[in-house]
Design a protein around this ligand. Sequence first.
Ligand SMILES: Cc1cc2nc3c(=O)[nH]c(=O)nc-3n(C[C@H](O)[C@H](O)[C@H](O)COP(=O)(O)OP(=O)(O)OC[C@H]3O[C@@H](n4cnc5c(N)ncnc54)[C@H](O)[C@@H]3O)c2cc1C
Length: 535
Amino acid sequence: MATAAPRAHATHDVLNQPPPLEGINFFDVDAPLREALEREGGGWGVDRVRDLGSVCGSPEAHEHSRRAERNEPRLVTHDRYGHRVNRVDYDPSWDWLLRLGVEREVPSLPWRDPKPGAHVVRAALFHVLGQVNAGVMCPISMTYSAVPALRRDPELAAEWEPRLALPDLERGALAGMAMTEKQGGSDVRANTTRAEPAGDGEWEVTGHKWFCSHPMCDVFLVLAQAPEGLSCFLVERGPGFEIQRLKDKLGTRSLASSEVEFRGARGRLLGPEGRGVATIIEMVAHTRLDCILGTAAGMRRAVAEAVNHARHRSAFGALLVDQPLMRNVLADLALESEAATATALRVARAYDEGEEASVFRRFATTIMKYWVCKRGAPIAVEALECTGGNGYVEESPMPAIYRDIQINSTWEGSGNVIALDVLRAMAKEPTAAEAFLAECTLAGGENALLDHHLASVRGDLDALARGEAEPQWAARRLVERLALALQASLLVRHAPPAVADAFCASRLGEDRGRAFGTLPHGIDAEPILERALAA
Ligand SMILES: Cc1cc2nc3c(=O)[nH]c(=O)nc-3n(C[C@H](O)[C@H](O)[C@H](O)COP(=O)(O)OP(=O)(O)OC[C@H]3O[C@@H](n4cnc5c(N)ncnc54)[C@H](O)[C@@H]3O)c2cc1C
């Protein structure tokens, strides 16, 4: 008869371990997100985001994410009789996460209910769901982003939009994209995939694609060379579409990313022949917005985990959160996360504002995609370090955040490509930089460091215009400084002075550190940390 082990044999009690950050509402504990949602015109969506925030903060959601990461997708190429099949088997937890996103209209809200603020509400939904699992956000983002590109062809849109926007995983449809080839992803003009007229108004697409995420999507936007040049095609998953293998990736391991072959797959031309990049660019703009949102979500979760750990973990006789050195690190991280959230929702608002905001929207999306995504990995690294060895262990969410966050920087234009896009935008749209700076200047006169920074950025732009700087050499520095101007301006206008002043002092001031945890003297960490995670 088994009896409990005598107490005398116990080696230790479990002490000084923080509780998991579960059983909370991801929306309620996030003051910067709550305020941004209201401010940017999404106040009507508060209940909706709060509802999703409660599911996303639940132990159940976290367990599904852990399972989906652990039980990675598996490619099934043939059935038991040897027939070719093109199927990816996912863990049921992946389906649970994807269904949650689809049913909560994360891919579809602005298309189903295009009232003012719909893109902002959708951005807030993305922000909370993205904190649970980054992989699942990929098909969600591509499906959302395919719709504006499809609308270039009313017939194709009439056929596909109702399914893409349906909040039903089984009856609806998902869209993916296939642009990247072995010889070039940034330079898609080098694509070798061909499209030939099939004689009945459709096209036959033949070639390989080196990256194609979630190949179980129902339909793909594909770039291929047609007689009149690179063109965009809508290709349904079906005959002539073969998955070659799945990528063994650094991150987003719950998501299948694949190499695919098109072997005479049937496609329909979307947009004018020879204008493939111009057609797919609408999709790219929206996925870039989601790169900003996805990074802001990853940062947010990382920082919340770090603050939670420090509030419950003692070392050398005091809680970590009470030790000035750690407070400096946490506050610095929280500033970056708050700036990313404020920026992401401000840029999302430009998607609600229609044509009059189009110049700002394009320019701001590109600039902030560069900067917010660049800051993702350093934040993840430092937040992971705050959680010590626990954060290095796979049971913790930190390793997945650390691996996943970088995809936002690589995908849809990696740093240099984005910086080149900014230069191109300035050359093509002479009002772009001015529209962007006009927004930043709304905070003019409120903070001397910001005023000085804005004057200095204008000086950089003038020098560029006068041909005094090599544009490509100067591009990253310029984009970074423009991005900081918008972030600082948003915080100066809308965040409590403690947050705005600390951001400006540490990001725009002379006395700047390189690593996190180098905030200058005189900054009060308490209100910054209180906003980062409601105690
Ligand atoms: C997980 C994952 C999922 C993906 N899913 C998809 C998908 O679903 N569909 C799809 O089509 N693609 C997908 N991609 C591909 C992705 O979009 C490309 O990897 C990306 O666009 C970069 O292209 P590349 O890999 O060919 O790199 P390259 O184009 O070779 O770029 C390499 C580096 O050179 C830089 N560079 C390029 N041109 C210049 C220049 N002129 N001056 C200075 N620097 C330059 C780039 O910024 C980059 O840092 C995915 C990638 C990953 C990692």
